[in-house]
Design a protein around this ligand. Structure first.
Ligand SMILES: Cc1cc2nc3c(=O)[nH]c(=O)nc-3n(C[C@H](O)[C@H](O)[C@H](O)COP(=O)(O)O)c2cc1C
Ligand SMILES: [Fe+2]
Ligand SMILES: [Fe+2]
Length: 409
């Protein structure tokens, strides 16, 4: 069973985090391999004559969540439950919590959220539902709660809450990341440094399909002035941001915009018997000669990296090299799937060099070229040839690498 961590984040106002550390999960959304795990964060704010619960947890962890919750407050005393986003990693425990609560609490969310909750859990859960609009404010326990919609971060139902007097942003998926950090908040720089790559992996795999909305929504929050003045940013996954709150949204912006790390070139390839690999060795040699720092992921008969890890590397790459063999008149299946996910989840304006090897009729290179040309990526060159690379092939590969590096500028 996962552990549950409960900590007081501040005493004025009285704020708690209930963090379920899911070390049992293997594939988030049944798709993304996360041996590092994930946390589901929920928050309790105790005010004068009001107890507010912000989001819940995954259904299978309802019992341990309720036990932790009872340590802070009698569930019957909860007066409001704010549902920022209805994906069941945050809403799964809601029906049971409402039952324990005797349906006293008002549930607050967008009209979209109401509709989704009703679809997931039935009419009873939305009987006492208050629909809020973008920018709407409610007075709860003497404080001003402002609700701001952030559509597609991660679903169309999604909003954040800003508690005006205390400058607290409750942001659910926005600002979240994978893994189970040792600390609750960002006070330890070493923990933050280890955690951030898991944030990039989370952003691309979960929200990547909508990544233009990341920049759009964060700009919206910035323009409202609340990011600058926030005392804490409290996401639904991973670290709570108390020391340097705006750092997490700045990181989200840079991943959303695909801001590259200097000299990082991501090289992804398959090789069944070593022919693509020989070509990639030439590419790597030339890249290094030109001062680049390649990061390599390869599919061979001995290893198969997780596509989720590859996706997480893309926003910070300056350029991509994709190597593939032709397999039954197609792109090798591993690269076929990886590429499908890349153009869906991590579709950025970055230069791409394609390297192919075939036995009797090259198909992979051309097919990859078609996919890349139709995406936001810039196609720099395709170098595809038969069997073991000849001297001439080698020269073409080196020249293509030089062209790629020139393209990066
Ligand atoms: C299962 C399988 C299917 C293949 N299908 C094709 C094909 O349709 N067309 C082709 O030209 N070569 C085909 N080949 C040959 C490979 O593309 C070629 O040997 C290439 O150099 C492999 O590079 P690698 O050793 O790096 O995987 C196939 C090879 C295998 C093992
Ligand atoms: Fe989500
Ligand atoms: Fe989530």
């Amino acid at each position: 069973m996962p552990g549950v961590r409960v900590e007081k984040l501040c005493t004025d106002p009285e704020l708690y985090i209930i963090r379920v550390d899911d070390d049992q999960i293997k594939y988030f959304e049944a798709a993304w391999y996360i041996p590092e795990g994930i946390t589901y964060n929920s928050y309790i704010l105790k005010l004068d004559n009001a107890v507010v619960l912000f989001d819940t947890t995954k259904a299978e962890y309802t019992d341990i969540f309720l036990e932790a919750l009872r340590g802070i407050v009698d569930p019957k005393e909860i007066t409001h439950i704010i549902v920022h986003h209805t994906e069941p990693d945050h809403s799964g425990a809601l029906p049971k919590i409402l039952e324990e609560n005797g349906y006293r609490a008002q549930v607050i969310g967008t009209a979209f959220a109401r509709n989704l909750l009703q679809g997931f859990y039935g009419e009873k859960v939305v009987e006492n539902f208050k629909v809020v609009k973008d920018g709407e404010e409610l007075k709860i326990g003497g404080k001003t709660f402002r609700f701001i919609t952030v559509p597609w971060l991660h679903w169309p139902d999604t909003m954040i809450t800003y508690v005006v007097e205390d400058k607290l942003i409750f942001s659910c998926d926005a600002g979240g990341g994978y893994s189970i950090p040792e600390t609750i908040d960002d006070s330890d720089e070493e923990v933050v440094r280890r955690y951030l790559p898991y944030v990039a992996k989370y952003i691309v795999t979960v929200i990547g399909h909508y990544h233009k909305y990341i920049v759009q929504n964060i700009n919206k929050l910035k323009n409202l002035g609340i990011v600058e003045e926030a005392r804490m940013i409290l996401p639904g996954h991973g670290l709570a941001w108390c020391k340097n709150p705006k750092r997490i949204f700045e990181y989200y912006e840079s991943v959303g915009a695909g801001v590259p790390e200097k000299d990082k070139v991501l090289v992804i390839y398959d090789s069944m018997y070593g022919f693509v690999e020989r070509r990639i060795e030439i590419v790597l040699d030339e890249l290094k000669k030109l001062g680049k720092k390649p990061v390599v992921y390869r599919f061979t008969d001995k290893e198969a990296p997780a596509v989720s890890d590859i996706l997480g590397e893309i926003p910070s790459a300056e350029a991509l090299v994709i190597g593939a063999s032709t397999y039954e008149a197609e792109i090798h299946p591993r690269i076929r799937y990886t590429l499908y996910e890349i153009v869906d989840k991590a579709n950025y304006e970055k230069p791409v060099l394609i390297v192919g090897a075939f036995g009797w009729g090259g198909v992979a290179g051309r097919k990859i070229e078609t996919i890349i040309t139709r995406s936001k990526f810039d196609h720099v060159a395709t170098v595809e040839s038969k069997g073991y690379p000849s001297r001439e092939d080698e020269e073409k590969l080196r020249e293509a690498v030089r062209k790629l590096v020139e393209w990066i500028g």
